[in-house]
Design a binder for this molecule. Structure first.
Ligand code: BEZ
Length: 210
């Protein structure tokens, strides 16, 4: 069954390129990204894993741990990592799950049979410190993911978890945000002391609260 926003992120114990991991224990109090790769030694995945390694400081800044899964074994992953490091000019600095039996792939419904019976699609699960699914993305194998968008979603999830706001179309850090409809007009000044604009009664904006 597919996982939906608000569901518990299923736990698992796996072998990874950085040793054995109990997923929930490994996450600790961090946010998490669990994302799938159709298979080792594939071109788009090679660029995605390289990009993830380059962006490690950005994930760290957001207290977010990244865990990749690919449906091949550890030996294959270790050989592939050498290629990723060489071709993407980086050092893979996060774990990749060995999932030759597709346990994690099935647990997170990452195999969509109409796309491929054996390879995963490109899933991304955003997991909160409470170990619940906060968001997910699904792309076909032929479309590499946009890592600026992944970071932007983390920013939005973390901001909206702390304040009664929502982030509008194409929002990025530092831009105005939308005040949640549940907030009464009279409560806005105390909650959002940086000021606010009423564009329509249902569309009220305020500078990003932090
Ligand atoms: C890739 O990662 O490059 C890829 C994997 C499966 C199908 C197409 C592309």
């Amino acid at each position: 069954m597919s996982l939906r926003i608000g569901d518990d992120a299923p736990n698992f114990q796996v072998e990874t390129t950085e040793g054995k991991i109990d997923f929930h224990e490994w996450l600790g109090d961090s946010w998490g990204i669990l994302y799938s790769h159709p298979a080792d030694y594939t071109p788009v995945c090679t660029t995605e894993l390289g990009r993830t390694a380059q962006l490690k400081p950005e994930f760290d800044k957001r207290n977010t741990k990244v865990l990749a899964v690919s449906v091949d074994d550890l030996e294959s992953h270790q050989g592939w990592i050498k290629d990723i490091n060489e071709t993407q000019n980086t050092v893979v600095n996060f774990p990749i799950i060995a999932d030759p039996e597709r346990k994690v792939a099935h647990l997170y419904d990452m195999i969509h049979e109409k796309a491929s019976a054996t390879a995963t699609v490109r899933s991304v699960f955003f997991i909160g410190p409470d170990k619940k699914i906060k968001a997910s993305l699904t792309y076909p194998a032929s479309t590499g993911r946009n890592f600026a968008e992944i970071l932007r979603v983390i920013d939005s999830l973390q901001l909206t978890a702390r304040f009664s706001v929502a982030t509008p179309a194409d929002w990025v850090q530092g831009q105005d945000v939308v005040i949640a409809p549940a907030i009464k007009d009279e409560d806005i000044p105390a909650k959002f002391p940086k000021g606010h604009k009423v564009i329509k009664p249902y569309l009220r904006t305020t500078p990003q609260p932090e």
